[in-house]
Design a protein around this ligand. Structure first.
Ligand SMILES: C[S@@+](CC[C@H](N)C(=O)[O-])C[C@H]1O[C@@H](n2cnc3c(N)ncnc32)[C@H](O)[C@@H]1O
Length: 228
């Protein structure tokens, strides 16, 4: 049976998918959509964490490291980032104010802002740039005609030499966000935004459903970098 949170996100109409994207309603009605409280039990997130460690070690920045968790939801991974890099300034960005309220209680030492990643010319706190941005299980909520605007926004949030980690979950019956199914797709999406893909990996998960409740399937991860 489909998880209830999906009712707020998409609807099937004659085999066609209509995106609803009522994230505010979803967070009002669902305590723990997508099993977010257990994301860190998912083996893929451990792989993401060690990859981020390497990226952070390669950053040569002056002053405080700034990190953004894009589509941070309930803030579990945001809190994890702060615990992992305690000296860093860690932001969580999401479209849902309900999610952000709960995230702020969970991670009071992080900064949370309500943003719509689709907003043209998105600007955070008067132009803050981030050395590292992560977008985990978030980018498939955009339509094909929206994704380049979203990527332009994310690109503009990156500091020179900054990294972007994209995580993408593709269960077998995935019906939307299908523009990112391979490394070649990622290159088509990111290279026009002057981002180099410096590391990628693909996980075929047939293990985690019983362990963490996370849906099984393919998971794609891309670490991209501003080459300047
Ligand atoms: C599946 S949750 C992922 C949460 C978290 N990143 C994780 O991995 O557990 C996707 C999140 O993206 C957020 N989101 C969707 N569309 C957005 C938009 N246009 N701007 C900002 N956030 C958005 C949703 O509110 C939701 O919290």
């Amino acid at each position: 049976m489909a998880a209830r949170h999906n009712e707020f996100i998409f609807r099937l109409e004659d085999e066609e998918v209509a995106l609803i994207r009522d994230f505010e309603g979803m967070y009002r009605q669902c305590e723990d959509p997508h099993g977010q409280s257990r994301v860190l039990e998912n083996l893929s997130y451990h792989l993401v964490t060690v990859t981020l460690d390497r990226a952070v070690a390669m950053l040569s920045h002056e002053g405080r490291l700034a990190i953004a968790d894009l589509g941070c939801g309930l803030g579990y991974f945001t809190r994890h980032l702060k615990q992992r890099y305690p000296e860093a300034l860690v932001y969580g960005l999401d479209i849902s104010s309900v999610a952000l309220e709960r995230a702020a209680r969970r991670a009071p030492d992080c900064t949370f802002r309500r943003v719509d990643l689709k907003t043209a010319g998105l600007c955070i706190d008067g132009g803050r740039r981030f050395d590292l941005a992560v977008a985990l299980d978030c980018l498939y909520y955009f339509e094909d005609h929206e994704i380049h605007g979203v990527l332009a926004n994310i690109r503009a949030l990156l500091a020179p030499g900054g990294f972007l980690m994209v995580g993408y979950h593709l269960p077998e019956d995935m019906r939307f966000g299908l523009y990112l199914r391979s490394l070649a797709d990622a290159e088509r999406l990111l290279i026009p935004h002057a981002l180099d893909i410096v590391y990628s990996f693909e996980v075929h998960n047939r293990l985690d459903r019983t362990y963490s409740g996370a849906p099984v399937g393919r998971h794609l991860y891309f670490l991209a970098r501003d080459p300047s």
